[in-house]
Design a protein around this ligand. Structure first.
Ligand code: PEP
Length: 240
């Protein structure tokens, strides 16, 4: 299976920068393994390109009076096929919890969207040796009540929060053992074997080394996704 490169552009870029970014990517991402997650306001600029794209978050409601939210049907109406759910920045800034995230995942899957579900521990949780406890509860609560046949459309992104945007990355051995724990937990409790992405300070320089980890099916990238040259270098490395 092709390795995935999921690019989270977060709340970056203005109008002209998005136009330039899309233009620079044109014709470069034919393998469909690079998925773009632009800021909501710029989603329409990603219509009609050769690569899949999606939203950085999605509502658990169908439509109506939910100011500031976007629905699955709205995303689908412009050709979006993916959504990130449970990014640590949203868990922290918007106080999103596993119960709400579970409803969003269910709504997205009902609508035929593919989900990148983010899980990960804080530095304090890691220091207190609580990483596996946290990951297990995020897996069990976030994915509760979803059939294994639907779970095949959920990709898990393991993102240690202390590694996001910091340049500090776990060792390959640590990532291998944590991702093995995530896969075993999902197999044993939910009867599904997820693809697991690693996210946290991945860039065009360190991706070759990280790409050696057998359990890792690809990467979720923030900062380095803002530069098309870095994106193309990362894409080329994982496709080798
Ligand atoms: C992220 O926020 O999902 C992320 C991985 O960010 P960065 O690559 O900048 O650490």
């Amino acid at each position: 299976m092709k390795k995935i490169l999921a690019l989270n552009l977060k709340m970056n870029f203005n109008y002209q920068e998005v136009i330039d970014y899309v233009q620079e990517l044109k014709g470069e991402l034919k393998n469909k393994n690079v998925i773009l997650f632009p800021p909501t306001i710029f989603l329409p600029y990603f219509i009609g390109n050769e690569y899949p794209f999606g939203a950085q978050n999605i509502s658990e409601f169908d439509n109506g009076a939910h100011t500031g939210e976007i629905s699955c049907t709205q995303l689908k109406s412009i050709g979006g096929t993916y959504t990130i759910i449970g990014h640590s920045e949203r868990r922290k800034d918007q106080h999103e919890e596993d119960g709400t995230l579970n409803l969003r995942i269910k709504k997205a899957l009902e609508n035929g969207l593919k989900v990148v579900y983010c899980i990960g521990e804080t530095k304090e949780e890691r220091d207190m040796l609580k990483t596996t406890k946290i990951l297990k509860s995020e897996i069990v609560n976030g994915l509760a009540g979803i059939k294994p046949t639907d779970l095949k459309n959920v990709i898990i992104a393991y993102e240690p929060i202390w590694s996001i945007g910091t340049g500090v990355i776990p060792t390959n051995k640590e990532i291998a053992s944590t991702t093995a724990f995530i896969i075993d937990t999902a197999v044993n409790i939910l009867n599904y074997k997820p693809r697991v992405l690693y996210g946290g300070s991945v860039n065009e320089k360190n991706i070759a080394e990280l790409n050696k980890i057998a359990n890792v099916s690809g990467f979720l990238v923030g900062g380095a996704s803002l530069d098309v040259k870095k994106v193309l270098k990362m894409k080329e490395t994982i496709e080798r």
